[in-house]
Structures are given as structure tokens and as C-alpha cells.
Design a protein around this ligand. Structure first.
Ligand code: COA
Length: 408
């Protein structure tokens, strides 16, 4: 079997979606999926494996921006649609597509890539490390009362462009305050607010959006949610899909609203940070249960020096890191990282290394949420100077937990 890896032409997009949806066990209307998602696919960022004229593997990325410790950001390639047909698996097709896609991203000067892994064991070998986590939060709303005064006001918003624009503005401000968040694309906003029909689902999003206004009348928070019927008329479930607020007061008032909706006994939010403040807002924190803790954003550093210089650190330190990158264009490189009050400088180094570690471990620790000492339990590490792993661990970690709230 000879497999060719190349970009698709526009006419080939239905074949590409046929391959990716089959691999994800989906059966949507392919023409409609291609019509909706084809225009947002950049051909230069889309890699397809061809077995003759049959698409048998797909790998694409879209440009986004990742918020870093300290509040800075870097462009990031958000990798998605990674599939190989069940008939073509485990023959190295993903490996070859990844090599082609990564080489092109490196060539284009992209500093890093991010993705959400369908299965844990897939991406470590390609240099990605798990950098953020989230959890499902379930609240017994009959037991949960949010403490404190209410200063703002709430509005149930219509499903229209003005609502989309209002919540997008809140999210844009919120994502810049939260390490690990990425920018969402235009189509995602239209789908999430029910402005266009989702070609995969064959229907529009049919949930509710509540806006929070601060005392000056500005929208400073929102929650998007759907409701599911329980066994009895008064035992419904609210599923919170997205909740963002620009300050603690707006966040508390949105939760207070969700927990007070009539005929609802359970409020559930699927992708919340482990540091979700909700339990601390309640008179009875035990009304909240966390489960389904999972890794979310995996980070792959391409330009180690640029990436390490772009983030902020909460303490000073100096380390010589020898970073192993197994990709064909990679190699083993040594970097001196000096972090002081004026920021970080990362330069190529000749000095003997303090630590030798795979690039996946640095990706995992990059956003400050995964401890480096834990990341190297998976990847391995050589500590050449005693104590340097503990120093690096302390240097990379942050007080705040990174969180990526955007599924992609
Ligand atoms: C995940 C997927 C793309 C892998 O494609 P593939 O062409 O079979 O991968 P490769 O043959 O290049 O595999 C490279 C290596 O990774 C391993 N690997 C690949 N997928 C794996 C998985 N899901 N679990 C564990 N190991 C995996 C292979 O065993 C192989 O290891 P080896 O080199 O030691 O033999 C494919 O199985 C798939 O489409 N799965 C369903 C959709 C999906 O989960 N996509 C990922 C979305 S994030």
C-alpha cells in the first residue's frame, strides 16, 4: 500500500470529511458538513493521507492564541480532526501526517501547537504533554445557596447576533485573564449561540443564555445552558455549557441564578477548572461534587526559546536544559534559561546541562499547572546536578491553575 500525504483540493473536501467522520464513528450529511466546515479549513494547514483516491487519514490545525502565565500570549496551532480510517490504522499514517504537519508549522515559525487528545496514549510520542485539566461539577441545587448580596442584574437573552457579540466580548476579555484559554473561531460562536444549524447535529443549539450586567449596566458575565427533563416534572437538570465572568461578583450571581431556577434539582457543568470557586460561594460546600477529572489541553513546543521567554515566572532561577525532540527536524538542543525580575532569557548554551528531558515534559509544565516533577514521571529525565529538578519544578509551576474551557 502506497500512501501519499498532501493537502486536499476544495473538490476533495467531501472525501476528507467522509474519512474523518467515519473514524470518529459519526454519520452526518457529508455535503452539509463540507459546506459548513470546508470554508474554515485552511488548505495549507490541512494534511490528508491518500490511498489512491481514497482519503484514509486527516490532520488539520487552525490558528489561535494561547494565554500564558503572566498574561502574555503566543500564537498557537490548534490541532484537530486527527483521524486514520479503521482499515488503515497502526501502519504509521498518523506518524507521517504529524511529521508533515509539524514540519510545516515549524517552517512557518509557529512557536507551539495545542490539542485535546481523544485518548491519552496517542500524542506523547509526538512531543505533546498534558498541560491543563478540568472536571465535571454537579450541584444539588436544593441544598445550594449562594452567600452574599446581589448588586448586578440578570437578563435572559434572545438567540440573536447581539447576544453572540455580547458574550463573545466577555469571553475575549476573560480568556486573556486566564492562562490556558484560547481564542475561539467565528463559526464556533455562531454554532454555540444557535445562529446557524450545526451540520453534524442537523439542528440549531436550542439552549438558554443568561447575561449578567454590572451595576453600570455593562455585560460582564454569561452562562449558556440547556435543560434536560428528569423523571418528574420538578426534577429537571441544567447542563451548563459555558460560564464566564469578568469578576467574582458576576460569577457568584450567575451561579446563584442557575441554582435558583425553578423545577430544577441538579445543575451540572461539564468542563470546569479544578479550582472552580463555586464550593466557596455556598453555605454548604458539600452540595458540590467534582468528578471526571481529565487532561484537557496538550501543549507541544516547537520554538523552545521563544516559548520559555514569552511566559512569566513567579520566582527567579537559572537552569541549563537539554531538550530532546525526536521529530525528524528536531534533535537535542541545550538552552540556558535565566529568569529574573525583568523576565526570562533563553539562549542556546554550551555549558553542561542540569537536566536532560523530552520536549513533551516541558510542554506539560509550560502553563504552570502540571508539575514538572510529575510530567517527567511519564517521559523520564536525567538530573545531572542534584536538586535541579526541584528547582525547575518550582520555576515552572504557578499559583493559579491553567484552564482551557474551549472544546475543539
Ligand atoms: C489515533 C489514530 C489517528 C492513530 O492513527 P495511526 O495511523 O493508527 O497511528 P500510527 O500508526 O502512526 O501510530 C503511531 C504509534 O502510536 C501508537 N498509537 C496510535 N494510536 C494509539 C492509540 N489510540 N492508543 C495507543 N497507541 C496508539 C501506535 O501503536 C504506534 O506505536 P508504535 O510506533 O510503538 O507501533 C487512529 O487510531 C484514529 O483515527 N483513531 C480514532 C480517532 C481518534 O481518536 N483521533 C484522535 C483525535 S484527538
Amino acid at each position: 500500500m502506497s500512501i501519499e500525504i498532501r493537502h486536499p483540493t476544495p473538490a476533495e473536501l467531501p472525501a476528507v470529511f467522509e474519512a474523518s467522520t467515519t473514524s470518529f464513528l459519526q454519520r452526518p450529511d457529508i455535503e452539509r458538513v463540507a459546506a459548513q466546515f470546508g470554508p474554515v479549513m485552511d488548505p495549507d494547514r490541512t494534511w490528508v493521507a491518500w490511498d489512491g483516491d481514497r482519503a484514509c487519514g486527516t490532520f488539520r490545525s487552525w490558528p489561535t492564541e494561547l494565554t500564558l502565565p503572566g498574561g502574555g500570549s503566543l500564537p498557537a496551532a490548534a490541532v484537530s480532526g486527527v483521524t486514520v480510517l479503521p482499515t488503515h490504522r497502526r501502519r504509521g499514517i498518523l506518524t507521517d501526517m504529524t511529521a508533515a504537519a509539524h514540519a510545516a508549522l515549524v517552517e512557518a515559525g509557529e512557536p507551539l501547537a495545542v490539542l485535546i487528545a481523544a485518548e491519552y496514549p496517542i500524542y506523547g510520542r509526538f512531543g505533546y504533554g498534558p498541560a491543563t485539566r478540568d472536571a465535571r461539577v454537579t450541584v444539588d441545587s436544593r441544598r445550594a445557596t449562594v452567600r452574599g448580596e446581589r448588586a448586578g442584574s440578570l437578563e435572559l437573552a434572545p438567540r440573536d447576533a447581539a447576544t453572540r457579540d455580547a458574550i463573545r466580548m466577555v469571553f475575549e476579555a476573560a480568556r486573556r485573564q486566564r492562562v490556558g484559554e484560547i481564542r475561539r473561531g467565528d463559526l464556533m460562536w455562531d454554532l454555540d449561540t444557535g445562529l446557524v444549524e450545526d451540520a453534524f447535529e442537523g439542528k440549531r443549539w436550542d439552549g438558554f443564555t443568561v447575561l449578567h450586567h454590572n451595576p453600570a449596566g455593562e455585560v460582564d458575565g454569561y452562562a449558556r445552558y440547556t435543560a434536560a427533563r428528569g423523571d418528574r416534572v420538578a426534577e429537571n437538570l441544567i447542563e451548563v455549557e459555558d460560564l464566564h465572568a469578568l469578576d467574582d461578583a458576576a460569577q457568584a450571581e450567575l451561579w446563584a441564578y442557575l441554582l435558583s431556577v425553578d423545577l430544577v434539582t441538579t445543575v451540572r457543568a461539564v468542563h470546569r477548572p479544578l479550582s472552580e470557586p463555586l464550593p466557596w460561594l455556598l453555605g454548604d460546600a458539600r452540595a458540590v461534587a467534582f468528578d471526571r477529572v481529565r487532561d484537557v489541553l496538550w501543549v507541544r513546543l516547537f520554538d523552545v526559546a521563544r516559548a520559555l521567554e514569552a511566559r512569566a515566572y513567579e520566582r527567579a532561577g537559572s537552569l541549563v536544559l537539554e531538550v530532546i525532540d525526536d521529530e525528524p527536524w528536531g534533535g537535542t538542543r541545550r538552552w540556558r534559561l535565566d529568569v529574573g525580575p525583568d523576565g526570562a532569557i533563553c539562549r542556546p548554551a554550551d555549558a553542561s546541562p542540569d537536566l536532560t528531558l523530552p520536549v513533551a515534559a516541558l510542554g506539560a509544565a509550560y502553563l504552570g499547572g502540571t508539575r514538572l516533577r510529575d510530567a517527567v514521571r511519564i517521559t523520564g529525565v536525567d538530573e545531572h546536578r542534584a536538586g535541579s529538578l526541584a528547582e525547575a519544578d518550582a520555576l515552572f509551576r504557578t499559583a493559579d491553575e491553567p484552564w482551557c474551557s474551549t472544546p475543539f
